[in-house]
Write a protein that binds this ligand. Sequence first.
Ligand SMILES: [Zn+2]
Length: 275
Amino acid sequence: MDAARRCGLVLDSRTLRREEVEASCPFCGDHGPGKYHLSLNTLTDQYRCNLCGVRGNSVSLFARVKGISNKEAYLELAKEGKVYPMPTQPAPKTQERQPLALEARHQMYSEMLDYLTLLPKHRENLLERGLSEARIEQNQYRSMPETDRGRRLLASLLRAGGHDLLGLPGFRTYYGEWTLSGPNGFLIPVRDKNGLIQGLKIRLDQEEQPERKYRWLSSRNMPGGTRSYSWVHITGDTSSKRAFLTEGPLKGMWPVFWRATPSSSVSAASTPWAA
Ligand SMILES: [Zn+2]
């Protein structure tokens, strides 16, 4: 703790009496201020950041923060130093571009879906799952544009409509030109409780591994690109006292089914998708 204080770390006061004290990580900045990802174990004299993975002991922590060698750090710490710098909140180091605000995302994704159609093969797939034509229409499933030209055209239509695509997950630049990124498949709008589109999931056409069959529309780590988050899809009667948690957004899209089933007899085990 002495070394941590001499490093000027911001400590979570609620954890000060614990064996493991939490601090803001000076190396990654916790990807945002006010968090404490750095654990300082006062018994083993080890530190570790749960976010960026840096680890070591009090000597290497001090060395790393001050930018000096371990030997210099050891000699410095061995001196009876009573100089504790003012703890300073680290600045986020990897300032990743964040998605636009919900309303903007909803507006742009809605407009994007208006430009797209649902290919017959994708409609078939949805009908086979038991969704009605009306429900498919209402939920606004769409097919990803399958050609580069179609994707660039989509981006230019949105831009012509006055939208800046910077910050919209899925869009990126390719040699300076905006386009949509992602595998072919059909898009599933993932909405909040008010029906606003938070993000889009893609149900991939070609994917052997079942756990990779659904992916978020994202352009993380691409030029001009933006990451997505794992948003929770909410549908059905939000005033109901009973809520059901399903595994994916597509499986939660059958409020008609829920209403048609006497609620007292519904159990996870009796539903066809529970597995
Ligand atoms: Zn860190």
